[in-house]
Write a protein that binds this ligand. Sequence first.
Ligand code: SAM
Ligand code: SF4
Length: 477
Amino acid sequence: MDTLIQSLDFIDNRTPEQAMACDFKVTEETNTGKNRKLYIESYGCQMNYSDSEIVSSIMAEDGFDTTSKIEEADVIFLNTCSIREKAEKTVRDRLKQIKQYKKKNRDLQVGILGCMAERLKKSLLEEEKIVDLVVGPDAYRDLPNLINQVDEGQKAVNVILSREETYADINPVRLNSNGISAFVSIMRGCDNMCSFCVVPFTRGRERSRDAHSVIREAQSLIDAGYKEVTLLGQNVDSYKWTSEDGTEFVNFAKLLEMVAKLDKNLRVRFSTSHPKDITDEVLHTMKKYDNICKYIHLPVQSGNNRILELMNRTYTREWYMNRVNAIREILGEECGISSDMIAGFCSETEEEHLDTLTMMDFVQYDYSYMFFYSERPGTLAARKLEDDVPLEIKKRRLAEIIEKQRETSLNRNKLDIGKVHKVLVEGFSKKSDSELMGRNDQNKVVVFPKKNFQPGQYVNVFVNDCSVGTLFGEAID
Ligand code: SAM
Ligand code: SF4
């Protein structure tokens, strides 16, 4: 899920402007004594963070350690996002800052990876003089060869999209890892053509990864002490893999079950579920295994049927509500549900915007990632529809959506008070080293006094208070 990967408690204190800003993650040190140093900044979605781990692994084979200090790098990669105009502008501004390092070190190589590389291709080299390499998301195996070309004084580009590449055999180098939770990509690309979205153009056709390679990766994470995996794909419910001899077929429900069965102490999460594809079979599988977290990210985008059709989401408001009812019937009221929302899509009227707000009332989302519409060149909407909702109106509607979400999040969190939650501890709370923070099953942040508990432990916490983005409590064991 693109969503920038904002931390999920952002609604506590983020303004609409902050909610639209882009976060990034930086590589950690892997000092293993290799010759050259690679520094990666990853922008955008979890998928990109996961890809940067694959890139680090490929580069490690080619003699690169990773560094967290940009000034020490021999190669700088920006793994980029194109989902909104703002995301691309952030990268362009960052390139301006990176110029100073190139001035100091003429051998420094600068590469643009990911969606912006794929969208803009060779023109990036012309527009951004300091860029040496442009590499699309399906071309990372070619990086050693492209780095060689730059070593020899040329510029290098590979933006070929593939119908098969899943990097299944590459064991990612874990970056920014707390050693507790990790992402595992189970598929790449997207075959849906939501009219606002650039992903099908930048990440290519949907393809599912060999189920056994997913299981191997999850098992190696368990062996390394990880306690939580999140299975990633743009549309996980359409995961499907058939063995070459045709004897094995694995859909998403089955894959989820296979991962859950590896170890009952491993928490299993997944993202993103597309409302048109999420099946009762998946919901029943979630119910069957205690270690599959009861939390579903089910982006609605809009609550209005005409807008959903213009967005080419291929479901209606009624269909979406039916899926939410199925979640409530099978998994109960406690199951966390979150969403993505776009305010001010082409021709959206005030009444149609209100339909999004009433949908939020109906579902009672635990939280949401909220954006205003940003036209992306080449998409169906850019070609066929007019981006005619004025910016101030988009922003005002977005602010209303955010305000509604704050109310709903607070209401949902209040329902958690007086209950015991099983929390997987991730680290210290932002405010104090005497408090720990972790997440409950529904992915909500829980903060409680440390006592003798440690990151990586499961702790039963009695929740006695909450804010919009956090539950507070006391450990009871
Ligand atoms: N595959 C996921 C799905 O279908 O829900 C979403 C992936 S997309 C990378 C993440 C979110 O970015 C979308 O759900 C949507 O809300 C938002 N988004 C995508 N294109 C956008 C655009 N042009 N303007 C504003 N928000 C956009
Ligand atoms: Fe984009 Fe739609 Fe695919 Fe999600 S499902 S990545 S929003 S095209």
